[in-house]
Design a protein around this ligand. Structure first.
Ligand SMILES: [Zn+2]
Ligand SMILES: [Zn+2]
Length: 348
């Protein structure tokens, strides 16, 4: 089968090549892939700056498709099912986080597209426990966005506890920021998105999908806007999705006393100082939200089925598997929001 393989560590070393198809042994499900999304971590893997990626490995962990074979121990999933899968390929099964199904925090977790072959290929295998059936009204294209949507659910609902009437601010309008904004909106919050001058196209997409206000911080005074929208109190929850320390500090500065700041972006090295004084004096709760877990997927699929989020509206490019590099280059240049690879033509 055709696949996009990261062949060795370092910059690029990515090759479109033929490799053997994976086999559905044990509890594994073999999936013919319709679409595979390009994630920020795939770009880090391309640059050679993502330590979790263990080459040689097929990249990709955001996907949808149709089951073509199941292993002898598979019970629930059948050939012909339309599915997506969590990114967890294996966990230790013994640690405290595995027992509570917080698989995102198992330190022996193995991920699809990092430790084992991923979805930028014609086929992938995943353990049955990670595979989810798709509701009939969910297209394979929108289903390929379930992983970033589940990250948005984990941050907004499971960590942020967002609710009706909350005012939230999302820093960063890439795919993750857009998903957080959509999930917060679906829960009845007022949503502000904040970015910089180069985010104009991304602001438009966020507002089209329900964000109440987009703020270009290079031209507008975010703190003043937030004050006006919250009777001087500050937002209830801020989400830092850009991985920039100045954005994290801005998030701490515009959040109300006893409010919550959720960190999702990964900071570069070296870091500027974080304003911890604000956390202390205003009793802020500053916490991390790392990827997603089984409960986040269940909620994400419900939101998608109900139509209260429309993740495919952030897709700005779809390319064929052999043209993968085109979409990577565009994403690296910061164009659009979400690039998706079509891995087998004609699947609906
Ligand atoms: Zn991802
Ligand atoms: Zn574990």
């Amino acid at each position: 089968m055709k696949a996009v393989v990261k062949t060795e560590v370092g910059f690029d070393h990515m090759v479109f090549m033929d490799i053997p198809e994976p086999e559905a042994t044990g509890d594994l499900v073999k999936i013919k892939i319709a679409y595979s999304g390009i994630c920020g971590t795939d770009l880090h893997a391309f640059r050679g700056t993502y330590a979790s990626t263990k080459p040689p490995v097929v990249l990709g962990h955001e996907f949808s498709g149709i089951v073509t074979a199941v292993g002898p121990d598979v019970k629930r999933i059948k050939v012909g099912d339309r599915v997506t899968s969590e990114t967890t390929f294996a966990t230790c099964g013994k640690c405290a986080c595995c027992r509570s199904r917080d698989y995102n925090l198992c330190s022996n977790r193995k991920g699809i597209g990092t430790h084992v072959n991923g979805s930028m290929a014609q086929y992938v295998v995943s353990r049955e426990e990670s595979v989810h059936l798709l509701p009939d009204n969910v297209s394979l294209l929108s289903a390929s966005l379930l992983e970033p949507l589940a990250c948005g659910v984990h941050a907004s609902i499971e960590k942020g506890n967002v609710g009706k009437g909350d005012v939230v601010c999302v820093f960063g309008v890439g795919a993750i920021g857009q998903m957080v904004a959509q999930v917060c909106k679906s829960q009845g919050a007022t949503v502000i998105v904040a970015g910089i001058a180069s985010d104009v196209e991304r602001f438009e997409i966020a507002v089209k999908n329900g964000a109440d206000r987009a703020v270009d911080q290079t031209r507008e005074d975010l703190a003043a806007i937030v004050k006006e929208m919250t009777d001087g109190e500050g937002v209830d929850i801020a989400f830092e999705c850009s991985g920039a320390v100045p954005a994290a500090n801005a998030a701490l500065a515009i959040t109300r006393r006893k409010g919550r700041v959720i960190q999702m972006g990964v900071f570069p090295e070296p870091k500027e100082p974080i304003w911890t004084d604000l956390i202390l004096h205003r009793e802020l709760c500053y916490m991390g939200s790392r990827s997603q877990k089984p409960s986040s997927w269940r909620t994400a699929i419900q939101l998608l089925e109900a139509g209260t989020v429309i993740p495919e509206k952030i897709v700005t490019a779809v390319v064929s598997l052999e043209n993968w590099r085109e979409a990577f280059d565009a994403s690296i240049r910061g164009e659009g929001v979400k690039g998706v690879i079509c891995c087998n033509e004609g699947m609906e």
